[in-house]
Ligand binder design. Structure first.
Ligand code: GDD
Length: 350
């Protein structure tokens, strides 16, 4: 840093990316504000415990006045907009609310920066998503979706995100604001919510291994996703915001794997080769329209920003299962196995 302490405001501070980014910015010496929703938000206590350095401001992306207040109070150099209804399945059940939060919320954030007179000071990151591509088969480029690929969202969530993406670009072009859009493919990890398929699986695998549950119910297993590690992606987001020009960047690993592949890898970590006896089908987890196959090409972020991911697919699954085993042991008062170095070495046979 240049000696002046920078300030960031994060909306969606209770989510996975907000949490990772708050830690990263704090380590870099930023003053970090987080926007938190509601009078009695049950997740407030989690943020206060896990991210005690974050200064919480009450507000909601659907409430423009609260955003203006938050922006004026924090005077951020960088504003990261992660606030969204982010569960694709949920968006089919609550499409109007999804548009209000995930779509129009972006406009409200942009306007709050403008109305506060901070359009030349505050850089903004908009969390765009691979769900905007939709994965309609004929359109999947062989090397993965890029910043130039056509969009075809397949859910109310994807459509709302596409509005957010275009209004963010529009404010960049119309008012010269520094607005960055990150087109992130799926990114997972130990801070992922258990409503998403990877963490649902790793938590279940841990509990099955510890005898705490027998099976896990899932929807369809054939869709393919490009799964990376959230910590790597949040580092990429920060790099986008430090670039000299506001731009759009894809972050992805370039490899698509099915949910079956993820199950195989996760169950292998507990020594189970055939996971089928442990998995049942839950039609409630299926969606009115599915995205079959998503994978991205992050060449631009690698070339322009020098971004690299450090955790590969196997590393991701290993750390998620290991974390969930530890967490389930702690939550259920089960003894942890001795670490390898705690075992006395076998006597040397002479
Ligand atoms: N959540 C969930 N739960 N998904 C399931 C289940 C289940 O029990 N069973 C099968 N799936 C399938 C879904 O149908 C989908 O094809 C795939 O697993 C992944 O679902 P999610 O983990 O919910 O993620 P997503 O790909 O729909 O969306 C995530 O990634 C996007 C791209 O980064 C979310 O984080 C989005 O907010 C994000 O934009």
């Amino acid at each position: 840093m240049d000696g002046v302490r920078r300030t960031a405001l994060i909306t969606g501070i209770t989510g996975q990316d907000g949490s990772h980014l708050a830690s990263l910015l704090h380590d870099k010496g930023y003053r970090v504000f987080g926007l938190i929703r509601g009078q009695h938000n049950p997740r407030r206590a989690d943020v206060e415990r896990d991210l005690p350095f974050v200064e919480l401001l009450e507000g909601d992306v659907t409430d423009p006045a609260s955003l203006v207040r938050a922006v004026e109070d924090s005077q951020p150099d960088e504003l990261y907009n992660f606030a969204a209804i982010s569960h694709v399945g949920y968006s089919f059940k609550h499409p109007t609310l999804t548009m209000e939060v995930t779509g129009k919320g972006v406009l409200n954030v942009l306007e709050a920066i403008r109305l506060s007179g901070l359009s030349t000071k505050t850089r903004m990151y908009q969390a765009s998503t691979s769900e905007m591509f939709g994965g309609v088969d004929y359109a999947v480029p062989t090397t993965g979706y890029t910043e130039e690929s056509p969009f075809h969202p397949r859910s109310p969530y994807g459509v709302a995100k596409l509005y957010g993406h275009w209004i963010a670009k529009n404010y960049r072009e119309s008012y010269g604001m520094f607005v960055v859009c990150g087109l992130l493919f799926n990114h997972e990890g130990e801070r992922r919510g258990t409503e998403f398929v990877t963490r649902k699986i790793t938590r279940a695998v841990a509990r099955i291994s510890l005898g705490l549950q027998d099976t896990v119910s899932l929807g369809v297993l054939w869709p393919k996703r490009d799964w990376g590690y959230a910590g790597d992606y949040v580092r990429g987001i920060w790099m986008m915001m430090q670039h000299d020009q506001p731009d759009d960047f894809v972050l992805a690993t370039g490899t698509a794997r099915s949910i079956e592949d993820f199950l195989t890898a996760a169950f292998a970590r507990i020594g189970v080769e055939d996971w089928r006896p442990y998995v049942s089908f839950d039609p409630a987890q299926t969606r009115a329209a599915e995205v079959d196959n998503l994978f991205g090409d992050s060449s631009k972020a690698q070339e322009v920003l020098g971004w690299r991911r450090e955790v590969d697919f196997d590393g991701l699954v290993t750390r998620m299962v290991a974390h969930d085993l530890d967490q389930q042991r702690t939550l259920n008062g089960l003894a942890s196995p001795l670490p390898p170095e705690a075992h006395p070495p076998h006597p040397v046979q002479t």
